[in-house]
Ligand binder design. Structure first.
Ligand code: ARG
Length: 582
């Protein structure tokens, strides 16, 4: 509900700017708060008071203008100006009970399929296969998968693309080392069982021996020009690395499979054509032997136009060249209407350049949108990127092990009489969801601090809190011997806590639209947290099984069933498993 209002108020401000009633460059932080006394409305905002000064107006006058500029909507029933210039909002609770009844009766919880569904390509996870997946891959994998789920639920045709890095110069080094180890009698399988270790040893050889480095470089050339032996050794390496990734996806409950892998190497044969097409449309320039595109629209630090290298002097292609080929594949073969790239914000310039070159070269039809869905860094408690004590990157598999172990200790402490198998299963779900939820609940544009204690806490906006809230509602049904599927309302909203919860539950559709438009799963996470908190205050104030009348009991049970259904659906759309008992 707050988010609905936020959007409406933002629209009102935009309208006043357009009418020149507010200055164009205005900075403000929208705040919407719950009112203390519901007689004065459900929510309130101090926006008019905040903007009065820059607008050069009296706050109450501005409040009136803002109210007049709020678009037509089904959310607000009434507004009032209070005190020095607060705007109070009374939310529309007309037939809210009935609307919740139909939500409860509907498998899709009243969320319609999109009128014009799109084909959406989502590039996510996309690790480099030379190394094992590490903590840095968590965000792209968790966020991309949540977007995959939400957009699919809304009716889009989602095509995931795991754009794994399998074709860089590093593979020459790894293959050279693999060859050396084989000659030394080592089994390739066992040499590769720990990819991280293998990478480290190869790199050490590369740095210590000029001769080894030369061999590595010549292997890359041989590999990329199709040498059958190197290709088959490389394939073996890639297979092992991909199976490591798949293990991580399965553990994380991520939808990605081998089918979704469309590796960098798959674009190898298209690269020459990309270069030719860029030359043909007159974009390609020579710069010290390299083939480049100069982008006048972007300036570098020295105020010179940015230069995108497409092909190096030695004929080698770059990361950007492959991405240009990928843009075309997604548009032409996959028929994308929307193409999302869930990749670290630090690659922002890369994508800006690739998208611009693609647009100028006519690779992207007008109706297609290319969107870099950037995200911040996962930091340690010191505020620096999360690393091991020795400064190495943290392996994802180890991180997941630790999450499960910590959850195990926690659950065992709370519930010592649980049998071992249940304990392990609960710990698995709690551990994995804590890591994922901690990530998904943050605005993706910000960095965040990886903190075990916070993410595993049973209080606050965490997975354990939400999972527990869900099991608690289930236990009401269990206790009453009631099948929630049998509940159909009518939901009657008599108590303010019931109304408060109801006003929030009705917002699901809006929240999912917002997640889809802005590609920001944290809106859904925060909505789930808020319904849990509101449910909990409702439950404290309103007896359910011990309600005074049968009608009241049915109504409150139905409201509980709807809350549980919303929690289960919402968590599933985030890619988070629920537990029936905890
Ligand atoms: N492999 C790259 C990395 O680990 C990410 C690839 C993202 N996708 C893309 N189309 N460039 O940094």
């Amino acid at each position: 509900m707050k988010q609905d209002l936020e959007k409406l108020l933002e629209a009102a401000v935009a309208q006043l700017i357009e009418q020149q009633l507010l200055p164009a460059e205005i900075n403000y932080r929208l705040q919407i708060s719950d009112t203390k006394d519901k007689a004065h409305g459900d929510l309130a905002s101090n926006l008019a008071m905040m903007l009065a000064k820059p607008a050069g107006k009296a706050p109450r006058e501005l409040a009136e203008q803002l109210i007049a500029a709020i678009p037509e909507n089904p959310v607000i029933a009434k507004t009032e100006i209070a005190g020095p210039g607060f705007i109070n909002f009374f939310l529309a609770s007309d037939n809210l009970g009935e609307r919740l009844d139909s939500m409860l009766a509907d498998e899709r919880l009243g969320v319609p399929l999109k009128d014009s569904p799109q084909t959406v390509v989502i590039d996510y996870s996309s690790p480099n296969l030379a190394k094992e997946m590490h903590v840095g891959h968590l965000r792209t994998t968790a966020i991309g998968d949540a977007l995959n789920r939400v957009l699919t639920f809304l009716g889009d045709n989602v095509i995931p693309q795991n754009h794994v890095g399998d074709w860089g110069t590093q593979f020459g080094m790894l293959l050279a080392f693999l060859e050396e180890r084989k000659l030394a009698g080592e089994e390739p399988g066992s040499a590769l069982s720990d990819l991280e270790e293998f990478y480290r040893r190869s790199k050490a050889r590369f740095d210590e021996s000029e001769e080894f480095a030369d061999t590595a470089r010549s292997i890359v050339v041989a590999l990329q020009s199709g040498d059958a032996d190197y290709l088959s050794a490389w394939q073996q390496f890639i297979d092992i690395s991909l199976s490591h990734c798949q293990q991580a996806y399965d553990r994380l409950g991520v939808l990605l499979t081998r089918e979704d892998v469309h590796a960098e190497s798959a674009y190898n044969d298209d690269l020459e054509q990309v270069v030719n097409d860029l030359a043909e449309c007159g974009l390609l320039k020579e710069d010290a032997g390299a083939k480049v595109v100069i982008l006048e629209e972007f300036k570098g630090r020295d105020d010179k136009p940015q230069v995108v290298i497409i092909q190096k002097k030695d004929g080698g292609y770059l990361y950007a060249t492959t991405d240009l080929a990928a843009v075309r594949h997604r548009v032409r073969q996959l028929k994308a209407d929307r193409s999302l790239y869930v990749v670290d914000a630090r690659q922002g310039d890369h994508f800006k350049q690739v998208f611009k070159v693609a647009e100028k070269a006519g690779f992207v039809p007008e109706h297609v949108s290319l969107e870099h869905i950037g995200f911040g860094t996962v930091n340690g408690k010191d505020g620096k990127p999360f690393k091991t004590r020795s400064g190495d990157s943290i392996k994802l598999s180890g991180l997941l092990d630790e999450a499960e172990q910590r959850a195990y200790d926690l659950v065992k402490e709370k519930n010592p009489e649980l049998d071992e198998a249940s304990l392990r299963e609960i710990a698995r779900v709690v551990g994995i969801s804590s890591i994922k939820y901690a990530d998904l609940s943050k605005n993706r544009n910000s960095d965040y601090i990886f903190d075990w204690d916070l993410m595993l806490s049973f209080d606050g906006n965490t997975a354990p809190y939400l999972l527990y809230a869900y099991t608690r509602i289930n236990s009401i049904f269990a206790k009453g011997g009631i099948d929630p599927e049998e509940l159909h309302g009518p939901i009657q909203l008599l108590h303010p806590k019931e109304q408060d919860l109801a006003n929030h539950l009705i917002g699901l559709n809006f929240i999912l639209q917002t997640v889809s438009e802005r590609a920001m799963p944290h809106y859904l996470a925060n909505w789930l947290y808020e319904i849990s908190v509101k449910y909990s205050s409702f439950y404290e104030a309103c007896p359910v099984l011990a309600a005074e009348t049968e009608a009241e009991k049915i109504s409150r049970l139905s409201l509980s069933a709807l809350t549980a259904k919303c929690l289960a659906t919402g968590l599933e759309l985030l890619g988070i498993e629920t537990l029936e008992k905890m």
